[in-house]
Design a protein around this ligand. Structure first.
Ligand code: GDP
Ligand code: IMO
Ligand code: MG
Length: 445
């Protein structure tokens, strides 16, 4: 499995695409999330941003799986299939969708916006991607959602209209109670697009994916699970409520694909050499110097692959990273964007200072008190961070593919990180120096 260890957008797409290029894996599987993801892959003259189609789509021999844990946005899916066709790739014969995957309805994005409107009034906006992720998972948990397999059953239209009626009641409640404006024209447009996309989706390979994957594994094939979002956005272990609505952790791979826990092998964790975040909530490692943050944003092209929103930029947060490694069991680390460094000195966050409200006797609580283990319940409690400063490495490492050609400052930074993680069983296996599949050098063997 490949998992993001920060707040998403670590460059997972690039690493997944590269891992798939060695003939080790026969397929790649999304197991959670939906079209909120934006995974960029670049190879030679081709660039593709996958929101729902798994990375690996640019490689002709890789099978593409969408597991039962995914909430499928039919419009995004059909758009992406078309975009890939325009790139000369027909992915339909190698794309398999679980009949137990969940269908995002055309009103889910509106409900997503409506709830953001409500939260905004309370000052607690999450800053979702507006892809209907929260409402789609809510419907599933409340046992009124639609499964992809329903598309093939005779009573689909009836099930869909029952759900639509429920959604419209809900939207009217948001209008009456919270003043959410319902745009009937936009809803009509969405319905038309969705109806068309759903008809096309019906013709794709919808199957019992759990059985299919189990069969592949029993034949000795390897499959890569493609994590979307990241540990800090996990519904249980991220910074609730500023999280997504699925479990992003490797523990969810088995449930999101329908395989036993014994099927999980290596866990590749992905980070950037710094940190970025989009959406609401406290971001303790955020760079305080706004001009410097802007430099990182521009040099790193830190604008959302899904929404185009500017990403906040922060220093590498080792406190959150240790939390993420502990939860995910990541044992092999990719560090991306090591080509981007905009200051002579860089900071690294090594601890949080926060008010531990349930234990008033011990107010300032830091990594030292917690033995490096305790993580605050809410990041909003974090008042400041403990940092260390080390030399920056400039932008001389762009495109470096050989460990021996790395600037000595970047080499020191990597050794510094390795040292800070020395008590954990992890290796830094690869360091990214640009957006292309082959823009990286191997570090730890
Ligand atoms: P994902 O969601 O984790 O797959 O990441 P995104 O695709 O949302 O964002 C990562 C961005 O960084 C994309 O624009 C990638 O092309 C780019 N990228 C990935 N690795 C590197 C790297 O090592 N250096 C640079 N400069 N860009 C990178
Ligand atoms: P990838 O896979 C970065 C964030 C949103 C918001 C929160 C909830 O590209 O790394 P949602 O639409 O899921 O209900 O939004 O989660 N978010 C992401 N941030 N990368 C992502 O995916 C994200 N997917 C969701 O910005 O704060
Ligand atoms: Mg992304």
């Amino acid at each position: 499995m490949v998992v993001g260890l920060q707040w998403g957008d670590e460059g997972k797409g690039k690493n997944i695409d590269e891992l798939l290029s060695h003939g080790v894996y026969s397929g790649v599987a999304r197991f959670q999330g939906g079209a909120n993801a934006g995974h960029t892959i670049k190879f030679k003259n081709k660039t593709f941003i996958g929101h729902i189609v798994p990375c690996g789509c640019l490689q002709k021999n890789i099978e593409l799986y969408i597991g039962n844990g995914v909430v499928v946005d039919a419009i995004s899916l059909m758009n992406e299939i078309k975009q890939l066709k325009d790139l000369g790739l027909n992915v339909v014969p190698r794309l398999y969708i679980s009949n137990r995957a969940k269908l995002v309805s055309y009103l889910h994005p509106f409900l997503d916006q409506a709830d953001e409107h409500r939260r905004n009034k309370l000052g607690t906006k999450v800053g979702t991607t507006s892809r209907g992720i929260g409402p789609a998972y809510s419907d599933i948990r409340a046992r009124r959602g639609l499964l992809i397999g329903d598309l093939l059953l005779p009573d689909f239209a009836q099930k869909e209209s029952i759900l639509t009626e429920f959604h419209l009641n809900f939207l009217n409640m948001y209008k009456e109670k919270y003043g959410f404006e319902i745009n009937l024209e936009k809803i009509k447009e969405a319905k038309e697009k969705w109806n068309k996309a759903v008809k096309e989706l019906q013709k794709l390979q919808i199957c019992d994916l759990s059985s299919l994957i189990q069969k592949k594994l029993s034949e000795g094939k390897n499959i890569l699970a493609e994590g979307a979002q990241a540990v800090m956005l996990d519904i249980d272990f991220g910074d609730y409520p500023n999280v997504t609505s699925s479990n992003t952790l490797p523990a969810n791979v088995c449930l999101g694909l329908g395989v036993p826990h014994t099927a999980l092998r290596d866990v590749y964790g992905v980070i950037k050499a710094y940190t970025t975040k989009v959406g609401g909530g406290n971001f303790p490692a955020r760079i305080k110097d706004q001009a410097l943050e802007k430099l990182f944003q521009n040099a790193g092209n830190e604008f959302g692959a899904t929404t185009g929103r500017p990403r906040m930029c922060g220093w590498l947060d080792l406190f959150a990273l240790r939390h993420a490694i502990g939860l995910s069991g990541a044992n092999k680390i990719f560090i991306n964007k090591a080509d981007i460094c905009l200051s002579d000195k860089v900071k690294v966050v090594t601890g949080y200072i926060y008010n531990k409200k349930i234990l008033p006797a011990r107010n300032a609580f830091s990594i030292a008190d917690a033995g490096g283990k305790e993580f605050p319940l809410y990041l909003s409690e974090v008042k400041d961070v403990i940092t260390e400063e080390i030399s920056g490495w400039g932008n001389t490492n762009y495109g470096v593919k050989d460990k021996k050609k790395v600037s000595k400052e970047l080499a020191s930074y990597l050794k510094y990180i390795k040292n800070k993680l020395a008590d954990l069983d992890v290796k830094i296996i690869s360091v990214g120096t640009g957006p292309d599949r082959d823009h990286f050098f191997s570090w730890d063997k």
